[in-house]
Design a protein around this ligand. Structure first.
Ligand code: MGD
Ligand code: MGD
Ligand code: SF4
Ligand code: MO
Length: 712
């Protein structure tokens, strides 16, 4: 063998053995499963595999999305350069050119129309550091009051309900490890089996230990299959159903009188209201038989521990926040909160759905859950940021209202990071038209999403493999995502992009960070003394302890595993019950002669949100490559819809065409369509603009629709 050939074989052999490991956390749901990417390089190609890593929350498990997450991250469609739209087409430009363009356009807009003509739209998929920076960027960098984020469409109802009832909002009041030991579990409008799959063993262990599980959902799902009792509620009627349960509990005297006496305000008013309600009427309104309401209420009331979990089925309603409050009424009346194995869980959605709502992306909030309208809070944050309190903008408006203000011409420019509102917001066609009116639109994404298509400038960002930072998971546990995969092309981290844009706008002195850890250390100070206090959490501590649950007010504090053991977070230490009407203040869509069916929307296991990422993964796309409509066969026959055929679904707002899927397991008055697909399959074309008056959540879960078969 020649020397040359030998060298060739040696190199090949060496390369064949090259294996690199990269630790990270899943980019998708709130479980934030810890994982490791294994990269095996051969001469010709790289091979990737994702495996789970042990940690206190997901215990090393991964679901199908996590196992295949790397497929989108290493996809060739990733944007690698800033892209500027010229005559309707995107052209790569340099970062310097991109920043110069932003500086010129933003200045022009603000000179002509005022500071508040610019807006920021953020996300709960970015890290705590980035969420914190984005809030600061809007207020200090752009000096605008208009910032909000996609979590408004996700966690806002649960967040406002918990804040009003308990005085603070952390998704789970207890750690996940208590779930197996509780005696009765209510799963209201949550499909954990498909949406947080790695949480399931906790519930399965509870079942093995004899817990009674009650599921509330208009459809049978992999989650309801686990339940001992499934209340197949009419879409949108959860408030009334919770009133029914509460009535049974009060009438059967299953309340905890001493707990109520010591720790709760407002019980008497609720009791009085409940006395005026009729169970038969509630059964009629909710579609749930009286016997089932009685069974659920008595079991929950009688057992000595219990937990209630809510998710978007209950929350994404125009009465979502008060509806959640009614489930919290049940916990308070039975004294099942602030105790071991008893508590509440609003099952967080996005990976950083918890942390991203605590540090200032919300229109009315400052870091640490401080209020932007509270003088003391304003002063504190202004001092941390080194600005004058009077220069700190006041509160802005919610995500969807921001889009309405663009439509009305009040907002002219937008800086959007990590969201796809053209697909995810209600009345999608309206949203698209509104965003098209922007004078200048910057989108920061990894891909050219449906929303990015409308941008004037797209800035390429890094993925969960590449960006380190902290994420606060479903439990309220602050975790450190150690990501170190090489950055592709010229992409930059979201936190870097925010700092660099601020710099070109002349605000470098407020954004001179050189690592996520530096940002986190400022966030710690900004949150200190706030309700979501992170000040005792450091990178070293969470590296070592695998996460810390907030509040954590000093470096010797172990974190808070269980909330409200001694008192609630309101000034008087008490929780607050509220009277909830059976029928909501703002009428929801109800079936009419023209639009005779309920439409509800949600998720499937293999896809994530608007599908930009999961549709890029060959394995996940193969699971469900198109949208569909779940319909009961007897309803389908009534409207001449064959199984597995195209059907047009229309509401007052618009129409879509998807494939039918017959299923005996859905209510006969309801059809279901997932929202992971865009354009003519985008179910949000059908959803109304109405918002919950308290938290501004859209009513994604109830629309009235009609169906017609599409001729071949
Ligand atoms: N596979 C997957 N997992 C995800 C996501 C994803 O897109 N895909 N997204 C993540 C995010 S951001 C979120 S917010 C969570 C969402 O997690 P979930 O809230 O669990 O998901 P959804 O499917 O939106 O809704 C849950 C259930 O509510 C039911 N429902 C519909 N209308 C009603 C109603 O009126 N009342 C009641 N009681 N139930 C109703 C639906 O039938 C559905 O089974 O999941 C997270 N995990
Ligand atoms: N009909 C209906 N509509 C709904 C819902 C429903 O149940 N029914 N659910 C609502 C809920 S709960 C949610 S959370 C929203 C979510 O709605 P969106 O906010 O629109 O969610 P995504 O599809 O995750 O959009 C994220 C975008 O950011 C990009 N991206 C991913 N990671 C990063 C990153 O690290 N940095 C940056 N800069 N970009 C990144 C992705 O490529 C993608 O284009 O949808 C809501 N809309
Ligand atoms: S999607 Fe959620 S449950 Fe699945 S691996 Fe990712 S974080 Fe874990
Ligand atoms: Mo969400």
């Amino acid at each position: 063998m020649t020397e040359k050939l030998l060298r060739y074989f040696r190199t090949r052999q060496k390369e064949a053995e090259t294996e690199k490991l990269y630790d990270t956390q899943c980019p998708f749901c709130s479980m934030q499963c810890k994982m490791q990417l294994i990269e095996q390089s051969t001469v010709t190609r790289k091979k990737y595999q994702t495996v789970g890593k042990d940690n206190p929350t997901s215990e090393g498990r991964l679901c199908i999305k996590g196992l295949n997450a790397h497929q989108h991250a290493v996809h060739t469609d990733r944007i690698k350069h800033p892209l500027r739209k010229i005559n309707g087409e995107f052209h790569p430009i340099s970062w310097d050119e991109a920043y110069a363009l932003i500086s010129e356009k933003f200045a022009a807009i603000q000179t002509k129309h005022g500071k508040n003509a610019l807006s920021v739209y953020g996300s709960a998929t970015i890290t705590n550091e980035e969420a914190y920076l984005l809030g600061k960027f809007a207020r200090v960098g752009l000096e605008t009051k208009y910032i909000d984020y996609n979590g408004r469409l996700c966690m806002s109802a649960a967040a406002s309900a918990a804040a009003q009832t308990f005085g603070v909002d952390r998704g789970f009041t207890n750690t996940i490890s208590e779930i197996p030991h509780t005696r009765c579990i209510v799963l209201a409008g949550t499909n954990i089996a498909e949406c947080q799959p790695t949480i399931m063993p906790y519930f399965e262990r509870a079942k093995e230990n004899g817990a009674f599980i009650i599921a509330i959902d208009p459809r049978e799902t992999s989650t309801t299959k686990m339940a001992d009792l499934h209340l197949k509620v009419k879409p949108g009627m959860d408030s009334a159903l919770a009133n029914g349960l509460l009535k049974v509990i009060v009438d059967e005297n299953l309340i905890d009188e001493s707990f109520i006496e010591e720790r709760v305000n407002g019980f008497d008013e609720v009791k009085e209201h409940i006395a005026t309600l009729d169970l038969n009427e509630i059964a009629e309104q909710t579609g749930v038989p009286v016997e089932q309401i009685i069974k659920a209420g008595t079991v929950f009331g009688r057992e000595d521990s219990g937990m209630i979990f809510t998710a978007r089925g209950v929350e994404q309603q125009t009465d979502g926040s008060i509806s959640v409050r009614n489930f919290l009424n049940i916990l308070l009346a039975t004294g099942k909160i602030g105790k071991k194995n008893s508590g509440f869980g609003a099952v967080t959605g996005q990976g950083n759905g918890q942390g991203a709502r605590e540090h200032g992306q919300k229109a009315d909030q400052l870091p640490g859950y401080r209020s932007i309208e509270n003088e003391e809070h304003r002063k504190y944050i202004a001092d941390v940021w080194g600005i004058k309190e009077k220069d700190l903008p006041r509160k802005g408006v919610s995500a969807f209202e921001t889009i309405q203000k663009i439509d009305e011409g009040e907002i002219k420019g937008m800086f959007l990071m990590c969201s796809n509102p053209v697909v995810s917001n209600p009345s999608a066609e309206f949203v698209k038209k509104a965003l098209e009116k922007l004078d200048f639109f910057v989108v920061v994404d990894m891909f050219i999403s449906e929303t990015a298509r409308l941008a004037d400038l797209i800035l390429p960002t890094t993925s969960y493999l590449e960006t380190p930072g902290t994420m606060t998971n479903v439990e309220g546990r602050v975790t450190l995502r150690e990501a170190s995969f090489p950055v592709q092309g010229e992409a930059k981290h979201d936190w870097q992009i925010i700092c660099e844009v601020a710099q070109v706008l002349g605000k470098e002195k407020y954004f001179s960070f050189s690592s996520p850890e530096e940002v986190f250390n400022e966030l710690r100070i900004a949150s200190k003394g706030g309700k979501a206090d992170y000040s005792g959490i450091t990178y070293d501590r969470i590296r070592e302890k695998e996460g810390i649950l907030w509040p954590c007010p000093d470096e010797d504090h172990p974190g808070t595993e269980r909330l409200f053991e001694k008192e609630f977070a309101h000034d008087d230490g008490k929780a607050s019950m509220v009277v909830v009407p059976n029928t909501p203040e703002i009428p929801k869509d109800t079936p009419t002669v023209d639009f005779p069916l309920y439409l509800t929307t949600g998720r499937v296991m293999a896809h994530y949100l608007t599908g930009v990422q999961t549709r890029k993964s060959s394995t996940l796309a193969a699971h469900d490559f198109e949208s569909y409509m779940e319909i009961h066969p007897s309803t389908a026959e009534k409207y001449h819809i064959q199984d597995n055929t195209l059907v047009k679904i229309e509401s007052e707002r618009g129409s879509i065409v998807v494939r039918s899927k017959w299923s005996e397991t859905i209510r006969k008055d309801t059809v279901f369509v997932p929202f992971h697909w865009a354009d003519s399959q985008n179910v949000n074309r059908l959803v109304s603009k109405k918002l919950d008056p308290t938290c501004k959540m859209p009513g994604f879960k109830v629309s009235a629709v009609k169906l017609s078969p599409v001729a071949n």
